[in-house]
Design a protein around this ligand. Sequence first.
Ligand code: ADP
Ligand code: MG
Length: 616
Amino acid sequence: MADIIQLLPDHVANQIAAGEVVQRPASVVKELLENAIDAGSSSIKLIIKNAGKSLIQVVDDGCGMSVTDARLSFERHATSKIKTADDLFNLHTKGFRGEALASIAAIAHVELKSRQDDDETGTHLKIEGSEVVAQDVVVTPKGTAILVKNLFYNIPARRNFLKSNPVETRHIIDEFHRVALAHPSVRFSMFHNGSEVFLLPESNFRQRIVNVLGSKTNEKLVPVDESTEVVTMSGFVGKPEFAKKTRGEQFFFVNDRFIKSAYLNHAVSSAFEGLLKDGAHASYFLNLRVNPQTIDINIHPTKTEIKFDDEHTIYAILRSAVKHSLGQFNIAPVLDFEHNANLDTPYQQQNTTASAPVVEVDRSFNPFSTDEDSKKETSFRLKREQSAGWESLYVGLESKETNRDVVFNTEGFETDPEHVSMFQNASKETTAATYQLHRKYILSNIKSGMLVIDQNRAHQRILYEEFLKQITVQEGVSQQLLFPLTLNFSVDEIKILTELKEQLEHTGFVFSKLEGETLEITGVPTTATESEVSIILEQLISDVENEVPDSSFSQTDMLAKSLAKSLSIKTGQSLTKMEQEHLVNSLFACKEPMVTPDNKLTFVTTTVDELDKKFM
Ligand code: ADP
Ligand code: MG
């Protein structure tokens, strides 16, 4: 009888493998984001259209690939991450199976652009049905951009199996959250159908959690820290009274990889025993660090389940660490009462308005919160919390007192508590009284003491967010000039401005001529005056030349930054009371009031306690 066994052609094998690796658009997102992380990127951008069904694009600034590697990367079992079987037990990367790109290329249209730092030009590949259909040399920024279009175009059954757009988008956001939470030091952004869904600056873990889940999260977090020979744990659990009926906020990261583990989940839940309402789930964000040789990640194609050598011990340590943290937290309200600054600091009391008691009880905690509520909250978070209103800032204050007492009792509370707690410190009393110091700082009262705002930096933040909004969402207003303004630049400079023309127009500029070496302007943004125009544009040109934007997004970002820098209130400018108050209010209406677009502090605080100490 004839032999009937044959080897499957590669593209068929790839399609079969794809079934395991790529279940839905979110799987592609996960693989691409992980590759970007493995490439050592410091900034990663995710763009999706139509819930990822039409387009998924990931742009990174990582190590990039050589021509050969770029081609090889789409072969099955092609990986740069392991060489021998032994390496499987000493993994420091997310990927290692070398099948993600091959799988994706088997079931979608893929395009890749990649350039290594040392190379002048990069590689552009187009792949359809596992076949390379085009390859050329391109000018492209350092790093890799991968574009995945028409997912499952050749497997209609799979395509029809996909859920509605909101559901698939939710899955994508979940994956995005997991990777973003595991890597707070990497900057992430995400866009869906052209609008920004997330913009996560480089930060510490606590800030990243808050940026991902909303500013209200901050007051709900209790730090967990434990270091043993087997495992080092760090992160946060949610205070029991905020626990929800959904399991949404449960994150374990093992060596920076998101994992699912019912067993470890049980460890945390059991630490919460007796503290949760019926049906409520603990929330947690926990980083576990173990020797890579003591885990096996190889047991699941999507690598979300791993096996620990000594799971039992980890269970016990985890449970006790969480219990310990919750215990410390539980005694905190008593300390808080005893040390309530309002009760024993008459000076502070004088400045406290009558509204304080009202706000004191206005905590966002609602013991009767229903599923409906938590659903609402999720969709709210999806859009990212808009400006954290004054109320929510103030609410945070109360629990901040609580946290502070814990801080004093706990060593190594968190790496960088200042940022977050400062944000919490700002209260609505800032509007009550402001004072300008040395035409540089604005001083203001806050509940715990004093707020010192750098006027220039604060204004940069305010303008930056305003311009970003104008460029991306709604156009800014323009003021007409009486006579057109003519300026001369070099041809190259005019070219730069031409590239930014559309975005500049969004901010309120109106160009009647922009060619050769001249530029004629008939309208400017309302925030600018005619005499400032040339400074603004010169600054912008030099920023572009120095920064080499790598995409339309970072170009927008750079433009907003540059305009904000040029137009911001400078040090040395004296401000009226009204201007001061307006500045303070606008700053705290920002999405990220704590830092300038360049990540410099916009304000610092000094507590009454600290001042008291100086007088001792
Ligand atoms: P794995 O990540 O398991 O190695 P993949 O199929 O995801 O397998 O990727 C194959 C190879 O392609 C990787 O090992 C890496 O060398 C290269 N690669 C993929 N994505 C990137 C990227 N964004 N930047 C640089 N290299 C990449
Ligand atoms: Mg990979």
